[in-house]
Design a protein around this ligand. Structure first.
Ligand SMILES: Cc1ncc(COP(=O)(O)O)c(C=O)c1O
Length: 388
């Protein structure tokens, strides 16, 4: 049997090593505090669950759902976007329902890249961005993100020969894992750069709401309101705690939306209509649970940063996302994988090693704030005993 060569880069994975280490520690009876995954522990809002439950016995939700069947969702998403970001959106041509935003960002390269074309990705970055490029037989040019640049890429450092062969740039702010945010001025520069070099700009935007500044994050489409080259990816997983329901959407350039829809038409029949009804209820209903979610993560961030400070581990205070991006203390320096494997083995506390997000992520670990403050404080106390 032959397994395609394009699968090779998908086979070695630091996070799979972490999964094995967690499994082993658990099977030896160690309780695990898992801070390695950004899967929210908060409940899906009750009115969303009620909409899904009400749909279950309705036989019109039981069959395949074609594109025309997603119109109600597309309209709700377009309205939500325009109310929040002030850019007009045509729900018929500029919105596409997705089975989670990861599905969309991973399928997008199939719609854009010819074999051998380059995609410009963030390093560190979300692993499925690279996965999608590998599946499309594309090449990756990692744009290193450094703290001295606020974890924003330096477009001027991309070699001209790579740029010539590049068709896609993927950005994502607020950023997982570094927690960095991007200003409108940054997005205007990014859009102008992509226009100049004939690149598609994909913005993965799951933490649109999850900022601690009192304002939503900036949308890339605010810098490209005519949607000349930009497509933006949204999820219900974070703002509405619906990660398990697998629902997201893309908004952007109509040609890109059509191409992505054509890829998906070969692959799936859209998300279950009952879940779409839940997502519509989330987007159009009361938003108090979103504010509660933001307050919850702010409290957790403050508790975790203070607890880390108490054990002598200084970390930057994140302005967004559900993570802390912590530079490893000496002597661990550039051994994030080993640090995380040993830590879970000895203490049961699981973190995500920075190297799993790319070469430039080495030297860091990511803590996901997916437990209440007292659990985070307890885990950090265990980390202190490991460090000493
Ligand atoms: C940058 C980024 N993109 C996508 C996702 C996954 O989103 P979804 O659940 O919509 O697939 C995550 C989840 O943590 C993420 O951090």
């Amino acid at each position: 049997m032959q397994i395609a060569q394009r699968m090779r880069p998908l086979q070695a994975n630091v996070f799979a090593d972490m999964d094995r280490a967690k499994f082993l520690a658990r099977s030896l009876g160690k309780p695990i505090v898992d801070l390695s995954l950004g899967s929210s522990d908060l409940p899906t809002p009750p009115h969303v669950l009620e909409a899904i439950a009400a749909a279950l016995p309705d036989p019109t939700t039981h069959g395949y759902c074609l594109f025309s069947g997603t119109q109600g969702f597309r309209q709700a998403a377009a309205r939500w976007y325009t109310d929040k970001f002030g850019v007009a959106v045509n729900p018929e041509t500029e919105v596409l329902l997705l089975i989670g935003s990861q599905e969309g960002t991973a399928h997008l390269p199939l719609a854009i890249l010819n074999p051998g074309d380059f995609a410009l990705l963030m390093d560190p970055g979300y692993p499925s961005h690279a996965g999608g490029v590998y599946l499309a037989n594309g090449q990756i040019y990692p744009m290193p993100l450094n703290p001295e640049d606020g974890f924003l890429p330096r477009f001027e450092d991309i070699p001209p020969a790579v740029l010539e062969q590049s068709r896609l740039m993927v950005l994502s702010y607020p950023h997982n894992p570094t927690t960095a945010t991007a200003s409108l001025a940054f997005w205007q520069t990014a859009v102008a750069f992509c226009q100049r070099h004939n690149l598609v700009l994909a913005h993965d935007f799951p933490y649109a709401d999850l900022t601690f500044t009192g304002q939503p994050a900036v949308s890339a489409l605010q810098a490209d309101p005519d949607k000349t080259c930009t497509v933006e990816f949204f999820t219900m997983s974070k703002s509405y705690n619906m990660g398990g329901f697998r629902v997201g959407y893309a908004i952007g350039n109509a040609e890109l939306i059509t191409a992505l829809r054509q890829v998906k038409a070969s692959v799936d029949f859209n998300q279950y209509p009952g879940i779409q009804r839940g997502a519509i209820a989330a987007l159009t209903g009361p938003q108090d649970t979103v504010h509660h979610m933001i307050d919850t993560f702010r409290q957790r961030r403050d508790a975790a940063v203070a607890a880390l400070d108490r054990i002598g581990w200084a970390v930057p205070v994140p302005e967004a996302t559900m993570y802390i991006w912590a530079p490893l203390p000496e002597p661990w320096g550039d051994r994030s994988r080993e640090f995380c494997l040993r830590l879970v083995e000895r203490t049961g506390v699981a973190l995500a090693p920075g190297i799993g997000f790319g070469k430039a992520g080495e030297g860091y670990v990511r803590l996901a704030l997916v437990h209440p403050p007292e659990v985070l404080e307890d885990a950090i106390a265990h980390m202190a005993s490991f460090l000493t």
